[in-house]
Design a protein around this ligand. Sequence first.
Ligand code: AGP
Length: 609
Amino acid sequence: MCGILGYIGSKNATPYLLEGLKGLEYRGYDSAGLYVAGQGVIKRSGKVAKLEESIPSDFAGNAGIAHTRWATHGAPTELNAHPHCDQSKTIWLVHNGIIENYLEIREQLLGFGIACATETDSEVLAQLVGHHYAEGVPLEVAVGTALQEVRGAYGIAVASVREPDKLVAARFGSPLMLGIGDDGYYIASDASPLLAHTRNVTYLNDGEMAVLEKDSYEIMNLSRDVLDKKVEVLDWDIESAQKKGYEHFMLKEIMEGPEVIENTLRGRLDIENSTAKLGGLADVEERLKAIKRIIITGCGSAYYAGLVGELLIEEIAGIPVEVEIASELRYRRWTAVPEDTVLIAVSQSGETADTLEAIREAKKQGILTLGVVNAVGSSIARATDAGVYNHAGPEIGVASTKAFISQMTVFVLIALRLRELQNSTAYSNSTQEIIQELTRLPAYIRSILQNKDVVSDIAKRHADMRDALYIGRKFQFPIAYEGALKLKEISYIHAEAYGAGEMKHGPIALIDENFPTIALMPKDSLYEKTRSNIEEIRARGGKIIAVTSGDTQELSKITADIIMIPQTIECLQPILTTIPLQLFAYCVAHERGLPIDMPRNLAKSVTVE
Ligand code: AGP
């Protein structure tokens, strides 16, 4: 998705804007540009490096805005790149989001003799601000008036040639935050570009606007009522957002698995009293005692984590759960949903548009909404009534890895808390046993990572595969889907997942020596059934990669490609089987020489529908 930056203060804005654009590259983009007060605008299609080459050494000023564009309206050309201006070239604006009524506004502007030069909805917004920016009207008034006429999502930063010592930022639906520095004020779509300059941040909520000058800032609503906003301190240092010497963010984030589980659990296990403590749910625990059903929602990996969460909550707390992808749930007939339902929305970025919309639909029905979110202060974190932060740290690689294992771990904690709040009958392992095994997860993951060369060797031997099939049962069923998604999104290989029990209902027709099967078969209650599946696959010439905690001696009669993982209780096993699949996808993509952290066509956060 698009990335937005701004700076105003005592320093030269250009270096922050350029470095900030690089910090936002992971979001996925196809053009970039910047405007600096007193210098003007430079924008280019393609990568930030190409833009940087075009900037003269004396291109300096104390205020500026910048943008990485992910094309939604109009091709990824230099003309369509941001910043956009009004026809007098007085207003300069960068925008993340979609202005849904931009065609109507473009027609209205034409009636005032204002013709747009590009195909973009963002230029329409710049022109509309310019239209309201009559002589003597302050920039924030023109921006506030214009924003009250648009429908859709926006995160914007606006500069004016007429008021070079002022920037205005505003958001509705697209994330935007401010960095409060000693040397000025920063605007950014997310924390990454800020970390080198300040950790003091404040988040804009929907309908809020910030007016920044060199030595002061104010945040207000669109009616310009000044708001008193809390300044939060980011606990991510720039080091943790860098690669730590790994070739890719994705590998770094896989290798961080043990610390991520430790951070997710930190302060949340009361071993003495055998319970889970979730401060983020404290305010709604009375309501949670009475809920009779749960809906979990999310997109992509977050949805698959929800499928694991469904089994965890049903097994541990005995509450019926259904899981629905957010892009479908938002269109459901919500009036049929009983009030004693709780919606749990899962999102690493906390900015996924479909997930946010599903939450809004649920809230309209008075349904309690919880978030399982990694990005502190994100839109979903603030849209939900309560929630649990992952504390997984910044996840930069487009393919979600550490956040995914954290999401499953959070669901274990939520299930334990619900078991206690509702005095549920223990359907599975005792709370003590679950807590004990939770504390062992970091060590289990370390042992898997220590054997990553086994995965790498297998990946090298399969790197030229055309297709792949992932199979699993019960807790391994969602992990089969997650494993297939990882391979798809970074190696571009067609991969699909099936419940292992489905093989005879069609998929086995696909199997030949060029269509390997990755079988998730920890030594659990369903191991023998999945073992039969791989016997049938082998009998048809299919190659098998088995991920197991069982007896390799016995399995080696079926396949040589065996990835061992530690044995733990069945409900925690999906957290372990995930790790080799993340490594496998990474190694295959690496073998194929692909841009692992920024795969083609993908963005880290899908903030538009
Ligand atoms: C996962 O590897 C993908 N990058 C994608 O499916 C992602 O999980 C999905 O877009 C949801 O993102 P979120 O967790 O930030 O809401």
